[in-house]
Structure formats: C-alpha cells, structure tokens
Design a protein around this ligand. Structure first.
Ligand SMILES: Cc1cc2nc3c(=O)[nH]c(=O)nc-3n(C[C@H](O)[C@H](O)[C@H](O)COP(=O)(O)OP(=O)(O)OC[C@H]3O[C@@H](n4cnc5c(N)ncnc54)[C@H](O)[C@@H]3O)c2cc1C
Length: 236
C-alpha cells in the first residue's frame, strides 16, 4: 500500500496474471508474459512477428498501437482519495469502479487539507488556466489558509452530523460536505486503459493531487510488466 496525500492511499489488491509468490514480480514479469502469449496466439502460423525476443515484441506492439494484448493484463486497486480527485479519475471510462456509498453509510471525517508547501505552489496559474503556479502569498498566509480549510471542513462535518442526528437521510445530509472529503473505491483496469490514464494523469497539466495518485498507481503496477512499462515510457 502506498500512502497518498494526508489520508489517502493506493493498494494493488489483485491482478491478472497474479504476482507469483516468492519472487519479485519484476523478475517473473507475469504481465509481460501474458502480453506476449496473447500476441503470439494472434499471429500463430504467420511470419509477421518482428522478433522472437519478448522485450522487442512488446516494444513493437506498443509502438504500433497493437493494444489488445495489453488488455489481457488487469489490475485491481483499492484507493482512497478526496472527492475532487475521484471526479477527475472516474472520467476514465475504460475500467470499473465500485465506490463506498454515502447513502448507505456515514462518511468518515477525513478531509484533505493541502500542506503549506502545496499552497505555496497553489497560486492561480496565468498561462495554463486550469493549473497552479507559484503563489502570490507567503508562508504565513498559506498557514492561515490551511487552518481555515481545516476549520471549514470540521464545521461542515458538524453540520452533517447534526442533520443525521435529527433524522435527515444520509443521501441528503451529505450535500453540506465539501469536495475535499475522502471517498474510497475499488478500481479494475486493464493495462491498455491504465497506460492511457497514466499518460494523462502523470502529465504536468494534470492536477498535482491527481498526479500523486497516478505516481502511486505506476509504482504498484510497473513491476508486473517491466518491459511493457519501459516500452510505454519510450512512446511519451
Ligand atoms: C489535464 C486534463 C484536463 C481535463 N480537463 C477537462 C475539462 O475541462 N472538462 C472535461 O469535461 N474533462 C476534462 N478532462 C477529462 C478528459 O476530457 C477525459 O474525459 C479524461 O481524461 C478521460 O480520458 P479518456 O477518455 O482518454 O479515458 P477513457 O474514458 O478511459 O477512455 C480510454 C480510451 O478509450 C476510447 N474511448 C472511450 N470511450 C469512448 C467513446 N465514447 N468513443 C470513442 N472512443 C472512446 C478513447 O480512445 C479513449 O482515449 C481533462 C483531463 C485531463 C487529463
């Protein structure tokens, strides 16, 4: 499990193929093996394979966008992230999500409070209108902002609990909660869609908080198919 932000995490809970017991996945390369097996089935009997070498075959597939063998490698992640990160993440339609329900259960009082360092690089960017840049305020003000965000989060949670305590349904009481509250889901994704996700969410144009999750996903997934990840990096 990799911790992300102040209360979040990403954990790789399952994969297809499975990680073999005893040996590190980077040695057994089960994902790479699955990719070449799938690719060789599709070209069996034809002399179109550029090379019999696994690494070269994988590089050939990825460079030439022969994506379906990559779909044979599947990951299951357990992730906890603030709702504003989840909003961006769930736009990735090729994959499957099962999220905790704030209708069935009460949300825990975990809120993302940006660090002072994050706030100091969290001024409104002028060129990239979606992005952050060096802040026009200093450390003292950043500390005050962090405190205000925490106080605001606590106060919204008190209101939430008050509504619940007075019989308001969970599905309705949650409307007072801000998007920095954490949610949690299981995410099933194949390697082809994962590369698409990583290409977009590791990019410097992606929001910093989402990039932290993409970095954790990358760290957990890459050892399963090191040749594929190397070849994918070469395409960036
Ligand atoms: C930096 C950044 C800024 C963004 N800003 C905005 C924004 O301002 N507003 C906004 O609405 N979104 C925004 N997005 C979300 C973005 O538009 C995509 O919805 C998101 O990145 C998912 O990408 P995707 O469609 O490639 O992924 P997936 O949905 O996982 O799809 C993977 C691939 O499958 C194929 N595919 C999937 N569905 C279809 C389909 N219906 N038809 C054809 N092909 C399909 C495509 O090849 C696609 O690349 C932003 C994303 C990023 C990274």
């Amino acid at each position: 499990m990799i911790k992300v932000l102040d209360h979040g995490f990403v954990d790789l809970v399952d994969s297809m193929p499975k990680i073999c017991d005893g040996l590190p996945p980077s040695m057994t390369r089960p994902g790479d093996q699955r990719i070449v097996d799938a690719a060789r089935v599709s070209i069996a009997g034809e002399d179109v394979r550029p090379t019999s070498d696994d690494e070269k075959l994988i590089r050939y597939l990825i460079k030439n966008q022969h994506g379906t063998p990559l779909e044979k490698v599947v990951f299951e992640f357990d992730c906890k992230m603030p709702i504003f990160v989840a909003r961006q993440w769930i736009r990735h339609r090729i994959g499957s999500f099962n999220e905790m329900s704030a209708r069935y259960g009460k949300l825990p009082d975990d809120f993302y409070i940006p660090s002072i360092e994050r706030l100091l690089m969290g001024g409104q960017a002028k060129l990239n209108k979606q992005g952050s840049a060096e802040a026009p305020f200093g450390e003292a003000l950043a500390a005050q902002f962090a405190k205000s965000i925490a106080l605001h989060s606590e106060s919204s949670y008190r209101l939430y609990e008050g509504l619940l305590g007075n019989g308001v349904a969970r599905e309705l009481a949650r409307v007072v909660l801000p998007v920095n509250i954490y949610t949690r889901w299981f995410w099933t994704v194949n390697l082809r869609a994962l590369f698409n996700f990583l290409g977009l969410r590791l990019h410097e144009h992606a929001q910093w908080e989402s990039r932290q999750y993409a970095e954790a996903v990358l760290q957990l997934a890459a050892p399963l198919a090191p040749y594929a990840f190397k070849a994918w990096r070469e395409t960036l």
